[in-house]
Design a protein around this ligand. Structure first.
Ligand code: SER
Length: 316
């Protein structure tokens, strides 16, 4: 049986997705890879130090472990992409092309690649943004995600590569930290609340963004990858939605449990990125095609974060 490779396995999504895939398929069948790891979070199992821009090495790893399915997560997020345009484009696009070309030439079974709400720009419908709203992003990250979506659709149409994708909103979890994203404030805010410190938010208090709890994000990827091929009608990337809230709303949900938690709003360059993105997303295609349904709302997420984060921080 072919095995699974996760790139970017030590990242925020990668560490949790790798752990879940190992639970389902067994540690030995899921190969973790990254340029920054290994981290303890991904647990026991094969690990390869891998730069996805190095196609030869990527092919060697695929061959060595008889890889048939790739979860290709290695990428640079929105805020960091603005600071390093060249690397963001190379990693986000050349890395994806390497994976798609190897999936084609080696006749791999399936590829998962995350896109983002960042594909939308200021001219997209702000609320309940439809699947096919205009995609004119104003960020480097968004440009790379729009291009990546079209590469996925092209490799599927032209070569039959079964590549599947989700437009993730901001992801929030307690097990690992994100890095370099615009939505990351919604993770940091819990860390400050648990530490009993004041939080300085780099977005305006009313800047609403689409978000998702990590359990839902992992489930969405696995459900999409398990769906029968004939159900997948969208080969660019599916809108997926769970929660939408502003910094003030998440602060209020924390204050309901930690009264006195103090937040200051000091917007920086990331506000412009956030302002160009939707407030909320319409994900009816994902619901209709493969039964997508999130489990966590803001209240449930805050309860789970505040219950689990202190233990994780103690263990660090
Ligand atoms: N969470 C990502 C970011 O802020 C969006 O996909 O960059």
């Amino acid at each position: 049986m072919a095995n699974i490779l996760v790139t970017g396995a030590c990242g925020q999504l990668g560490s949790e997705l790798t752990a879940e895939l190992r639970k389902i398929h067994g540690n030995e069948r899921v190969v973790a890879s990254d340029i920054n790891g290994p981290v303890t979070l991904i647990g026991d199992g094969p690990y390869e130090h891998l730069d996805v821009m190095n196609k030869q090495h990527l092919e060697k790893v695929i061959e060595k472990y008889n890889i048939g399915v790739v979860y290709h997560l290695a990428a640079i997020l929105s805020a960091n992409s603005e600071k390093n345009i060249d690397l963001a484009w190379k990693l986000n696009i050349d890395g994806l092309l390497n994976v798609l070309q190897l999936a084609q030439s080696r006749k791999m079974e399936r590829v998962f690649w995350p896109s983002s709400i960042a594909v939308f720009g200021p001219d997209a419908q702000k609320k309940k943004t439809p699947q096919n709203s205009p995609m004119n992003p104003t960020t480097v990250y968004g440009i790379s995600k729009v291009a990546g979506e079209h590469w996925c659709a092209y490799f599927h149409r032209k070569f039959g590569v079964d590549v599947r994708s989700l437009r993730y909103p901001g992801l929030i979890g307690y097990k690992s930290l994100p890095g370099g994203g615009t939505t990351d404030y919604a993770v940091d805010i819990y860390h400050k609340a648990v530490a009993g410190e004041k939080f300085s938010c780099f977005l305006e208090k009313d800047s609403a963004l689409p978000m998702m709890y990590m359990d839902d994000a992992v489930k969405a990827a696995i459900d999409l990858m398990n769906a029968p091929e004939e159900n997948i009608t969208i080969r660019t990337s599916y809108n997926v939605s769970a929660i939408s809230f502003s910094p003030e709303e998440i602060a209020t949900s924390i204050q309901a449990r930690i009264p006195g938690f103090d937040v200051a709003y000091e917007p920086d360059y990331r506000q412009e990125i956030a302002s160009s993105w939707p407030d909320s997303i319409d994900d009816s295609a994902a619901r209709d095609d493969w039964g997508w349904k999130p489990a966590f709302d803001l209240k449930k997420m805050t309860a789970d974060m505040l219950k689990n984060l202190p233990g994780v921080l103690e263990g660090m």
